[in-house]
Design a protein around this ligand. Structure first.
Ligand code: GAP
Length: 439
């Protein structure tokens, strides 16, 4: 019954808007290309992704430290990191309509919009430049960070001085990054304001292979825990000419999005490039005293970098389903209970019967205390409520009816994927859901 449906983007975008997951940024003013706003359910789903990442990559590990660095950084950071000189994409402009395109997204030499002649290819720096403070000189120039990573590198010494960690250790952070993409596209896949979950893991050079492989495995574990179908994720060893300027090895984790196989995450070996560059430009020693070898070294870096927005889109694309139930076509999201924004919905069978509502409210309060993301829903008839909960991916619906209050203190629990219902005693309800591994 639970067939994988036609996961086309239009349907996903439409459901995301209709059900309050993702809205177009600045919509009432006609939008702003490359920006999206996460609605009430979107923000919960996004937080679920980030919380799982934080727990797995930072909190549960003794070798990891968390960070929340400023988005605005001294402009010199971006000169040192190589982003001022090298963070660019190839751009072509149409001589007739003046529209700009990423050169590697255009086939042939005609404008995809008006057919006009395209000009020479040139490099376009993707950082958003801004001025900090009231002075309008070059010292006030800064950039919205294009990756969270640099906030970690410039705090390397601070963390070492505060905590004296032994190698290997890492620093992780979640935060916004900004890229003036030439052609933002494919919904939240390529955006101008994005969110990243990044780890910079500092190792001795001779242990890098071992740690690279460990992080590779952790990334697969994360993919599994958030409920993505591993069959839809593929590793790609990135060729030298396609790697970022700092990387000696990169594996892309690609996902089968509805618009093709595209990068979901990256795992890079950044060598000692960034720490060395910051040491050179800041004139502050970023050497680490290796107490065993009694020598000062610049550690090498392994970087698992995961985009929140792309994770969100991959989850929606994988979860989107259409099937037939009760003679009707239905749409549902087959979200893993760990990620679903609503884990359980509780209904009174009839909205206008105070005794049913009171009992449903009591059960709702108990489940909410245990599982947090529980919704009380008495809007429309039960069939409509099921459809609505199916569309937002709620794994279970609990209905309170007259048997609950007059007969045997049981409720119906309906399974989203099969539509099957079973009666469960109210006393056993919490344990019933604990067994389903909802958290
Ligand atoms: N610190 C390394 C770094 O930033 P990246 O491959 O440029 O590497 C890492 O980006 C991840 O950030 C990507 O794998 C993707 O998940 C996400 N990402 C990058 N650019 C994006 C964009 N324009 N829109 C949405 N996500 C993006």
């Amino acid at each position: 019954m639970a067939e994988k449906g036609n996961t086309n983007m239009e349907k996903i975008v439409s459901l995301a808007k209709r059900r309050g997951f993702v809205y177009q940024g600045s919509e009432i003013y006609g939008g702003l290309a490359g920006t999206w706003d996460y609605g009430p359910l979107g923000v919960v789903l996004k937080n679920n992704i980030k919380n799982i990442w934080w727990k797995m990559f930072v909190e549960d590990r003794e070798d990891m430290y968390g960070l929340d660095a400023a988005i605005l950084m001294n402009g010199k950071v971006w000169e040192a990191s190589g982003h001022v000189g090298g963070f660019s994409d190839p751009l072509v402009e149409c001589k007739k309509c003046k529209k700009r395109f990423r050169a590697d997204h255009v086939e042939g030499d005609e404008c995809p919009s008006c057919g006009g002649e395209l000009g020479e290819e040139r490099e376009f720096n993707m950082m958003f430049e801004t001025k900090v403070g009231a002075m309008e000189d070059s010292s006030s120039v800064s950039y919205l960070r294009p990756e969270t990573a640099q906030g970690i590198f410039v705090n390397f010494k601070n963390v070492v001085d505060s905590f004296h960690p032994k190698l290997p250790f890492g620093i992780g952070q979640i935060g916004k990054a900004f890229r003036n993409e030439i052609t933002p596209r494919d919904f939240i896949f390529r955006v101008r304001e994005l969110e990243q979950m990044e780890v910079e893991y500092f190792v001795k050079e001779d242990t890098l292979k071992e740690h690279f492989e460990k992080w590779q495995k952790i990334m697969w574990d994360f993919i599994d825990i958030i409920g993505l179908d591993k069959e839809h994720v593929h590793e790609l060893e990135v060729e030298a000419e396609d790697r970022a300027h700092y990387s000696k090895r990169t594996i892309d984790f690609e996902f089968d999005f509805p618009f093709g196989r595209k990068e979901l995450y990256g795992l890079a070996y950044r060598t000692d490039y960034d720490l060395k560059k910051h040491q050179e430009h800041s004139k502050v020693s970023l050497e680490y005293l290796d107490e065993e070898a009694k020598e000062k070294i610049i550690p090498h870096v392994i970087e698992p970098s995961l985009g929140v927005d792309r994770t969100f889109l991959a989850i929606l694309a994988d979860a989107y389903r259409e099937d037939e139930m009760g003679g009707e076509t239905r749409t549902y999201l087959k979200l893993s209970p760990t990620i679903a924004p609503v884990k359980i919905a509780v209904f009174p069978l009839l909205k206008n019967k105070p005794e049913l509502v009171a009992k449903a409210r009591e059960i709702f309060a108990e489940l909410k205390k245990q599982f947090g993301k529980v919704q009380f829903d008495d809007n429309g008839n039960v069939g409509k409520r099921y459809r609505r909960q199916d569309e937002i991916g709620t794994p279970y619906c609990v209905t309170v009816d007259y048997d609950t209050i007059e007969k045997d203190n049981t409720v119906t629990v309906r399974d989203r994927d099969t539509g099957e219902q079973e009666r469960v005693s109210v006393e056993d309800l919490v344990q019933f859901f604990l067994d389903k591994k909802m958290i």
